[in-house]
Design a protein around this ligand. Structure first.
Ligand SMILES: NC(=O)c1ccc[n+]([C@@H]2O[C@H](COP(=O)([O-])OP(=O)(O)OC[C@H]3O[C@@H](n4cnc5c(N)ncnc54)[C@H](OP(=O)(O)O)[C@@H]3O)[C@@H](O)[C@H]2O)c1
Length: 359
């Protein structure tokens, strides 16, 4: 008989609502609880929130009730990683798979590692951070490709993402700065800005460790593109003259030179001028290209779409990437539940597959 795992979902935002659908559709997983942050979702059926029809699990914001609920795993997709709460889940015997950071806790130093390991030991559980990027494009892909390298001179990961249909006002506007002036963003840094940027620092640290490279430091730069005409995106207004594009570059320095580089090109509009994606790029898919310069030089281009065969002009750029993010976590649940207790990163877990996704 197929082994079953009881899963609690935490949060039903862009990623979380796809996770609910993924859990419900996965024959090894049973959705047993739903924790939400938004008051207006309390009492609603998990399936109704996720657009898949009723599934008989009611959303609650009662953390104590959820911590006490017997389950094998929490699929944690809230806006931020609440380490206290994650430790409570781990101590109570629930493994945690999350898209909300914690990809490579070692990056943050021994205090966090010890805290998580202690909670895992107490509950005989594991914690795993994942996603599409970080999670797949910035770590799994370059590490997997590197097995074919004789010499690596540089790893360069470039992400292109269109934020017009990413309906996360806090992330898009309050934190990243879409629709605000450069002065405002630089003068009023969101309290969790560094935490979000460290999602990508963790990727670099993991890849460096995976390849046995002594990482010296990570340098980070941000460049902003201003929209000429202004626009309205799903998460809010982006007035003329405000930030409509953000390029962030993270350089992992090894031997005094940028060895592992991640560049994020995020746009809310296509009137940003020279050096930015042009209007012809507006129908492009969310894309990652991973280039390993060396012997031989390797490049892998990774895209998602609702279909490559049936082009839909009104297609959401966000939904396929959000499904990838959610499913990388959902499909990892059996592996994480079966792993030895502790922090389990991609460097520890076996090659994971989308078991049961084949129809
Ligand atoms: N690694 C990757 O590839 C990747 C990709 C995308 C996102 N992420 C990360 O995954 C997490 C979820 O992203 P998302 O796109 O789903 O974000 P989102 O659409 O903004 O949704 C986040 C959800 O978190 C809950 N929430 C809101 N405010 C909160 C608060 N103050 N404290 C705790 N929870 C709060 C809400 O859940 P309810 O509506 O259910 O109340 C909200 O819908 C974030 O940490 C994001 O950075 C990772």
């Amino acid at each position: 008989m197929t082994k079953k795992y009881r899963v609690i979902q935490y949060a039903t935002g862009g990623a979380g609502k796809h996770a609910v659908a993924g859990i419900v559709g996965h024959p090894q997983l049973d959705l047993v609880g739903l924790l939400v942050h938004s008051k207006d979702k309390v009492g609603l059926d998990a399936g109704a929130i996720s657009g898949i029809g009723p599934v008989g699990i009611t959303a609650t914001d009662d953390i104590e009730k959820i911590v006490a609920l017997p389950a094998d795993c929490v699929s944690y997709m809230a806006l931020w990683p609440d380490v206290d709460l994650i430790c409570r889940f781990l101590e109570s015997g629930k493994n945690v798979v999350t898209t909300s950071g914690l990809l490579y806790p070692k990056f943050f130093g021994p205090a966090l590692v010890e805290r998580l390991e202690k909670a895992c030991a107490k509950g005989a559980t594991s914690v795993h951070g994942t996603g599409v990027n970080p999670g797949f494009s910035g770590e799994v892909l370059p590490l997997t490709m590197s097995v074919m390298s004789r010499r690596i001179d540089q790893i360069f990961v470039r992400e292109f993402a269109d934020f017009r249909t990413y309906n996360s006002p806090e992330l898009n506007h309050d934190m990243l700065g879409f629709g605000r002036t450069i002065e405002d963003v630089r003068g009023h840094k969101h309290p969790n800005f560094d935490l979000m940027m460290q999602f990508f620092h963790q990727s670099i640290a993991m890849v460096a460790d995976g390849l046995g490279m002594p990482l010296e430091r990570i340098e980070q730069t941000e460049e902003y593109g201003l929209t000429a005409a202004g626009t309205q995106i799903e998460s809010g207004p982006v007035p003329a003259g405000t930030i409509g594009g953000i390029k962030t570059r993270f350089s992992g320095i090894v031997g005094g030179r940028p060895m592992i580089v991640i560049q994020l090109v995020w746009v809310a509009t296509y009137d940003l001028g020279e050096g930015w994606p042009s209007p012809q790029d507006a129908s492009n898919h969310t894309q990652w290209s991973v280039t390993i310069e060396g012997e031989p030089s390797l490049r892998c281009v990774f895209e998602q779409a609702s279909s490559f065969e049936h082009k839909n002009a009104n297609e959401s750029h966000t939904a396929p990437a959000m499904i990838c993010t959610a499913m990388h976590a959902v499909n990892a649940i059996p592996y994480v539940c079966d792993a030895a207790p502790g922090i389990r990163t991609f460097l520890d877990l076996p090659l994971m597959a989308g078991r049961y996704a084949v129809r």
